[in-house]
Design a protein around this ligand. Structure first.
Ligand code: GUN
Length: 282
């Protein structure tokens, strides 16, 4: 039976460090601050945004909430971002994705000042992730790397397979693993003979966004399995991308859903907010 990687516990430990550092920054002027923008009523996004505010409050980070109606225009959204870019009281800016269909997500990402881009989605920051010389960590992949470090799971020299090639998770995850000297294969749901590829993995990262997608026959016995999915089954129950019940008995380590990768993503966002605040102190 696999070791269950406890993202909540690791997250709590890192947040203790963040709280101390936020207090140290506050003592030198003002507390670190994060502006969060949400457009429309997507229920999952509302839960994520609420969790981000709660996490900020817990750690002594000021958070400003900007809730905009679903019919907000591109011009209105860009005007708000301009205002936040120019506001010296704001260290970090995050616009919750996905945006309603009539809005241009890439244009919004491009508009956020790179030194306030705590998601690390701006092309200037994604480019820096590629070269390994980055200011802001991409939150979900960085949270996964932190879990691997804290559980002393080696990455260098290992075969890693990432399922999913999104800009938010799959692609930056592959880059961080490459930077850490893993041999990385990036798959997607159309990869031919996917199971044969995933069975090669010492480290398997599932970020496809499909409930129960990874089955035991896709996993090499003794592999480390990281589940990034947060999905709902048709009966409404929450699940990851991995069939935990069948994969846990053969894996060496596995992250549960919930309580694995999820809590770490927000923790890394808080860390990026401290980085932004430190930049703005100078
Ligand atoms: N939607 C899902 N994950 C994220 C994230 O990490 N940041 C933002 N801004 N939107 C998201």
């Amino acid at each position: 039976m696999a070791v269950i990687i406890d993202g909540k516990a690791v997250s709590a430990a890192v947040r203790t460090e963040i709280r101390q550092e936020a207090a140290a920054i506050a003592a030198q002027g003002r507390a670190p601050s994060l502006a969060v923008i949400i457009v429309g009523e997507d229920p999952a996004s509302k839960v994520y945004v609420r969790n981000k505010h709660k996490a900020c409050a817990e750690c002594g980070i000021t958070s400003f909430q900007h809730e905009l109606p679903a019919d907000t225009t591109q011009e209105q959204l860009l005007a708000l971002i301009e205002q936040l870019n120019a506001d010296p009281a704001v260290d970090g800016i995050l616009c919750q994705l996905p945006l309603p269909g009539h809005l241009d997500e890439q244009a919004v990402i491009d508009a956020i000042a790179p030194d306030k881009d705590v998601d690390a989605f701006h092309p200037q920051n994604t480019g820096r992730i590629m070269t390994g010389d980055y200011a802001f960590l991409p939150c979900t992949p960085a949270g996964i790397m932190e879990l691997l470090r804290r559980y002393e799971i080696p990455v260098a020299g290992k075969r890693a397979v990432v399922i999913g090639r999104s800009n938010i998770v799959g692609k930056p995850m592959a880059l961080l693993l490459i930077n850490a000297s893993a041999t990385v294969t990036v798959c997607n749901s159309q990869t031919p003979e996917l199971a044969a590829v995933t069975r090669q993995a010492d480290l398997l990262v599932a970020a496809v966004g499909r409930p129960d997608f990874v089955t035991a026959d896709m996993v090499r016995p003794g592999a480390v399995v990281i589940d990034v999915g947060i999905n709902r089954r048709e009966d409404g129950t929450l699940c990851g991308d991995v069939r935990f019940d069948e994969v846990a008995p053969i894996a060496s380590h596995i992250t549960p859903v919930p309580g694995g990768v999820g809590p770490m993503t927000i923790t890394m966002l808080l860390k990026n907010t401290l980085t932004a605040a430190r930049k703005h102190m100078r």
